[in-house]
Ligand binder design. Structure first.
Ligand code: M6R
Length: 614
């Protein structure tokens, strides 16, 4: 969603801002803008619908000798994506400019009051309301900019990360956050402000993650001050970024998504590194060590997430129930928070999120915490809000995921859930020694087996060419591979815009079978040993209606291979680990189909990488 970047210091600000905006492109956006203060302290604003390149064309010449500037990529909420609604938004006098990520819920009430006081509005945005509110408070109360921002934020209800720049205060930028992320990068007499660390890492590794309802003033004399919106001074906690610049580059791949698919042998290994010790036959998850007892004795584990992370949670349900015999409930965070759920203090909630910034997941966590439940997190982004508001947790260590379609983060989440379930099963004694060791040995082989699947990419590309013009797809799977059917369908629809549905294979007869004709490709994940015969029957039912079967089968499993129109053979593994392999061909299939249809694989239309609004 919206991306924020700001700079104040001694270097040329405009290239830093434009480069930062490019780094933030992956978050998803539909317009971009920049504002800076000229040497004579006049505010200049340039904004354009479309990509950052459009903005650069609009700028014509890159201004030099600029040392304070802000930039924004907007994902439209209030008002269409156009030049006027793009950020930065100016106050009525043209002296204050604001960039904003989030939604101000009471903006129309504030707007009406400001209109009565003579303010005119040019855009449809809630952000312009913030700019004018700050201006009004400043002139009414005669306060400095940071105080006006603080007072304004006491009046707004909603979510925000903002950066404010004023021509009357040319030596400082003010930033604040509530429910939307904001990071401060600290350099030598310079500061960077951004929605996440990606625009910052090439300049400095020292960062401060702003907390909810905190305001920071960063100044060009190298000083900064953090306060709460209640006016309490906070001591900043400076952290070192664990991110390298190369992680943010495509590294020779055409698309980030392709790079991230191919990184999976490494990222799955990284998720297990230092946690799985094959020689000793142990699993240790340092992040949740103090909560093992609580987990083992939990009457219920509640897994909360959205999108792809929710699919990982569904696999978690199979794992925890099957291996550790702990009852599990899986919920969409967005539904959980609004359905008055029954939460007990003994419950353990596990929130799963790649970005660690998904607003619905954050709100669901807060709800669970308020009812006294222990809340653990499984996050990919180090230092993200969810990793900080949960009691404890495990990082997935998949590295930055830039492609909007989640791939390596998903397999890393499933790896962590597998380790957690095995750890608990071992401690509870719900798994036999033999089975436990068998799974550990097999888990260790998964990265090499993913590597083997990646080698058949050409075959999958040929299948993609056959089906690139299909209008609908059905994905079927059973047990551990039912969530994979959902995830395969999601991958296809989000990047190729083909309508795709995932279903538990047995449910096909209860409705979706009506859709099947010779036009309908049906992807069947048929690697499960336990339901092999049943899946075979489902395939027969599709074939009887002339549907085209693309089957994902385990090597050596002859029968389904014969039946399918197209068979993709992947290495055999333990059934509980099969999702880690069966998702790979589906990611590759979606990627190639999207590419062949001319879609923007990394930045699909309308989508945002981290969904920081409801
Ligand atoms: O960052 P999160 O894991 O919390 O994000 C959840 C979803 O928004 C995300 O998985 C989304 O569905 C992806 N586009 C899927 O590829």
């Amino acid at each position: 969603m919206c991306g924020i970047v700001g700079y104040i210091g001694t270097k040329e600000a405009i290239p830093i801002i434009l480069n930062g905006l490019r780094r933030l492109e992956y978050r998803g956006y539909d317009s971009a803008g920049i504002a800076y203060l000229n040497g004579d302290n006049t505010l200049k604003v340039f904004k354009k619908k479309g990509k950052v390149n459009e903005l650069v064309k609009h700028l014509k010449n890159i201004p030099t000798n600029i040392h304070i500037a802000i930039g924004h990529t907007r994902w439209a909420t209030h008002g269409a994506p156009n030049d006027i609604n793009a950020h930065p938004q100016l106050s009525a006098s043209g002296k204050i400019t604001v960039i904003h990520n989030g939604i101000i819920e009471n903006y129309s009430i504030i707007k009406e009051a400001l209109i009565k006081q003579g303010y005119n509005f040019v855009s449809e945005t809630d952000t312009e309301v913030i700019a004018n509110l700050i201006e009004e408070i400043q002139s009414r109360d005669g306060v400095i900019l940071s105080e006006a921002v603080r007072l304004a934020l006491n009046e707004v209800i909603g979510a925000y990360a903002i950066v404010v720049m004023s021509s009357d205060f040319p030596d400082e930028l003010i930033a604040a956050r509530k429910s939307s992320p904001l990071v401060i990068g600290i350099g030598e007499n310079e500061f960077f402000l951004a929605s996440d660390a990606t625009p910052i890492v090439e300049h400095t590794k020292n960062v401060v993650y702003l907390n909810d309802e905190e305001i920071v003033s960063v100044k060009n004399d190298g000083t900064f001050l953090i306060k709460t919106i209640e006016n309490k001074i906070k001591t900043p906690f400076i952290e070192e970024l664990q991110m390298e610049l190369e992680m943010l580059e495509r590294g020779g791949y055409d698309y980030f998504m392709l790079k991230e698919i191919y990184e999976q042998p490494t990222t799955v290994k990284d998720s297990m590194r230092g946690r799985l010790n094959l020689e000793k036959g142990t699993i240790s998850l340092g992040g949740i060590k103090d909560y093992e007892h609580k987990l083992m004795n939990a009457p219920r584990i509640i897994l909360l997430a959205c999108g792809t992370s929710w699919h990982a949670a569904l696999i978690g349900e199979y794992l925890f129930e099957d291996l550790a015999r702990i009852p599990v409930e899986v919920d969409y965070a967005s539904e959980f928070r609004y359905r008055n759920p029954i939460i007990k203090e003994e419950d353990v909630v596990i929130a799963i999120s790649q970005s660690g910034e998904t607003l619905d997941t954050m709100a669901a966590i807060e709800l669970a915490k308020s009812k006294g439940a222990t809340v653990l997190g499984i996050c990919n982004v180090v230092g993200s809000t969810i990793s900080r508001i949960t009691d404890a947790g495990c990082y997935t260590h998949a590295g930055p995921e830039i492609g909007v379609a989640s791939t390596k983060a998903f397999t890393a989440q499933v790896t962590i859930l597998t380790l957690m379930a095995l750890l608990l099963a071992r401690k509870k004694g719900t798994i036999t020694d033999t089975h436990y060791h068998q799974i550990l040995i097999e888990l260790d082989k998964i990265p090499a087996k993913i590597e083997a699947v990646l080698k058949i990419s050409k075959q999958i590309e040929k299948i993609a060419a056959e089906f690139k013009d299909a209008r609908n797809f059905l994905y079927l799977g059973r047990a551990y591979n039912f969530p994979i059917a959902l995830e395969g369908a999601l991958k296809l629809k989000e990047i190729s815009y083909i309508h795709a549905e995932g279903y538990p294979a047995a449910e096909m007869k209860h409705g979706p079978i009506a859709l099947i004709d010779e036009e309908m490709p049906v992807v069947v994940i048929a690697t499960n040993q336990s339901a092999y015969e049943k899946i075979t029957n489902n395939i027969m039912e599709v074939k009887a209606r002339r549907g085209k079967i693309i089957a994902i089968v385990a090597e050596g499993n002859g029968k389904i291979k014969e039946l399918a129109d197209y068979a993709i053979e992947i290495p055999e593994t333990e059934e509980i680990l099969s999702p880690l392999l069966s998702i790979i061909p589906l990611q590759i299939l979606a990627y190639h189909i999207a590419l062949m249809r001319g879609c923007n694989v990394d930045q699909p239309r309308n989508l945002a990488k981290s969904v920081t609004v409801e």
